[in-house]
Design a protein around this ligand. Structure first.
Ligand code: DX5
Ligand code: ZN
Length: 218
């Protein structure tokens, strides 16, 4: 399914209210819920782990899309799968054995995603195409919400789109997506748009219609 999907990142939500925030964005048209897991080692920020994912899972009616910015990854795959992740994405830069990691994700019953940092070429996934359901192109350096979109990644998405051909692989874009940058990426071939600050800005669980306006504007 290559229709455009908006995946709000709860990194920009109210951390004291994840359940209500998720219900609000889904009611306002979010297609997937993007969950950013950071370890303070692979990226310079810390967020949350499998226990939090498990706690929010009952509130998600769409797709729980878990983006692991952690190294090592393999010791935690089973826990995130058991927490109910539908998609588990690991970074190609997070260790020497991404192929094994992707096998393990599928073996645990989740869809397998591979993420590329802005400095990593598209060719890094060339020999992984039969192993993945999703390729995530980072359009900021991972670690924080609200950063500026890196334009050079448009070309990478075009290249990946050609490489993927007719294979059933999603191209997800993560970082700096707003109403200006989103069309560049959908034109280039992306179908899943992660957006944190652009979805949550100006809204709250008391004013969820602002989330709806923000989602429709993307
Ligand atoms: C960045 C995270 C993103 C982040 C995007 O490391 O992977 O998912 O939340 O936030 P915005 O949309 O604000 O750039
Ligand atoms: Zn992310």
């Amino acid at each position: 399914d290559r229709t455009i999907k908006i995946a709000p990142s709860i990194l920009s939500a109210d951390f004291a209210n994840f359940g209500q925030e998720i219900q609000a964005i889904e009611a306002q048209g979010a297609d997937w819920v993007h969950v950013d897991v950071m370890d303070g080692h692979f990226v310079p920020n810390l967020t949350f782990g499998p226990a939090m994912c498990k706690a929010i899972r009952p509130h998600i009616k769409t797709v729980m899309d878990v983006h692991l910015m952690i190294a090592p990854v393999d010791p935690y795959i089973e826990a995130f799968a058991e927490a109910g992740a539908d998609v588990i994405t690991a970074h190609v830069e997070a260790g020497p054995h991404i192929h094994r990691t992707l096998q393990a994700i599928r073996a645990n019953g989740a869809k397998a995603g591979v993420a590329l940092n802005p400095g990593t070429p598209a060719s890094a996934v060339e020999y992984l195409l039969d192993m993945v359901d999703l390729i995530c192109v980072m359009t900021v350096n991972p670690g924080f919400g609200g950063q500026k979109f890196i334009h050079s990644q448009v070309e990478k998405v075009k290249e990946l789109s050609r490489m993927i051909g007719s294979r059933p692989i999603h191209i997800e874009i993560d970082g700096g997506i707003d109403p200006t940058t989103a069309p560049l990426m959908t034109d280039a071939g992306a179908d899943v748009l992660v957006a944190g600050s652009a979805v949550f800005k100006g809204g709250s669980v008391e004013t969820p219609e602002i989330y709806g306006q923000n989602i429709r504007a993307i």
